[in-house]
Design a protein around this ligand. Structure first.
Ligand SMILES: Nc1ncnc2c1ncn2[C@@H]1O[C@H](COP(=O)(O)OP(=O)(O)OP(=O)(O)O)[C@@H](O)[C@H]1O
Length: 240
C-alpha cells in the first residue's frame, strides 16, 4: 500500500521506465507538495521528459510508485489526466486550429463552466497571443507555440501543473507571463513541476531542484543552493 502525505501532490518512489532495451528512467524519487514548485534539471537524455510524461498519465511506469493529486497513475490514469495541466516538451497543438479553438476544445473536454471564456481571454492577453487568437497555429513560431501550450496547461487551474521546457525559445514577455502563471498556481495551492535546461530560470520559478542523470536522481537541493556562480559550479559538478 502506497503511503502519501496529506499535502503531497506528487509522490514518486523508485520510478523506472523502459522502452524495450532502453531504460529511460532508472530509479527516480520525487515529492512535491501543495503550493510548492520543483525544477527538474539534467542533460539531454537524463529522463526529465519521460518522468513528466509518466506524471501526466501519458506513459505508464514500468516499476515504482507514482501518485499524482492522490491518484495512482496505474489504476486511476483518467483521474490523473483530469487533475494535471500538462505542457509537453513538443507537439500537442493542432496545426489547423486557432488558439481560441484549442481553448474551446479543452474547456469542452474538461466540462469547464462559462467563466473559462474570460479566463481564457485574459490568459491569451497575458501571453501576448490575443492578436493571434483566431489565427491557425500552423504558422506559429516555436516560442508562440510554447506560450500557447502553457496557456492550455493552466486554463483549468489544475491541482498539479507540469511544464516541460516552458521557457524554450520564449521571449522575455513570455518568460514573465510563465513565471506569473507558476506563481498564481502556487498561490492557489497547486504543486508545480518545471523541466528545463535553464538553471537560472528554474531557480527563479521554483523553491527546490532535483537533478537527474542517466535516468536517476543524483541530487535534490534548494533553489538557493543552485543560484549564481556557485550554483552553476555545483550543477556542472553533478553533470559529469
Ligand atoms: N519512446 C521512446 N523510445 C525509446 N527511447 C526513448 C523513448 N523516449 C525516451 N527515450 C530515451 O530515454 C532517455 C531519456 O529521454 P528523455 O526524453 O526523458 O530525456 P530528457 O532529460 O527529457 O532529455 P532532453 O533534455 O533532451 O529533452 C533517452 O535516452 C531517450 O533516447
Amino acid at each position: 500500500m502506497v503511503v502519501v502525505e496529506a499535502d503531497e501532490r506528487v509522490h514518486v518512489r523508485g520510478l523506472h521506465v523502459r522502452f524495450g532495451r532502453v531504460e529511460a528512467v532508472a530509479g527516480v524519487d520525487l515529492s512535491t507538495y501543495a503550493g510548492q514548485a520543483t525544477a527538474l534539471l539534467g542533460r539531454n537524455g537524463a529522463g526529465k521528459s519521460t518522468t513528466m510524461r509518466v506524471l501526466a498519465g501519458v506513459v505508464p511506469p514500468s516499476a515504482g510508485e507514482v501518485v499524482v493529486a492522490g491518484h495512482d497513475v496505474r489504476t486511476a490514469t483518467l483521474a490523473v489526466k483530469r487533475a494535471v495541466g500538462y505542457c509537453p516538451d513538443i507537439g500537442g497543438l493542432v496545426p489547423r486550429a486557432t488558439p481560441w479553438e484549442h481553448l474551446q476544445l479543452s474547456a469542452r473536454l474538461r466540462r469547464l463552466g462559462p467563466s473559462w471564456e474570460s479566463r481564457g481571454r485574459d490568459l491569451l492577453e497575458r501571453f501576448e497571443l490575443g492578436d493571434v487568437a483566431h489565427r491557425i497555429t500552423a504558422g506559429f513560431s516555436h516560442g508562440m507555440g510554447r506560450r500557447l501550450s502553457v496557456v492550455l496547461a493552466v486554463l483549468h487551474e489544475p491541482e498539479v501543473l507540469l511544464l516541460d521546457e516552458p521557457f524554450d525559445g520564449v521571449d522575455p514577455i513570455g518568460v514573465e507571463a510563465t513565471m506569473d502563471a507558476i506563481a498564481d498556481a502556487r498561490a492557489r495551492g497547486a504543486a508545480v513541476l518545471v523541466s528545463t535546461h535553464l538553471r537560472e530560470l528554474a531557480v527563479q520559478a521554483c523553491g527546490s531542484v532535483s537533478v537527474l542523470r542517466g535516468g536517476a536522481r543524483v541530487a535534490s537541493m534548494t533553489a538557493e543552493e543552485m543560484r549564481g556562480e556557485e550554483g552553476a559550479r555545483a550543477y556542472r559538478g553533478l553533470l559529469d
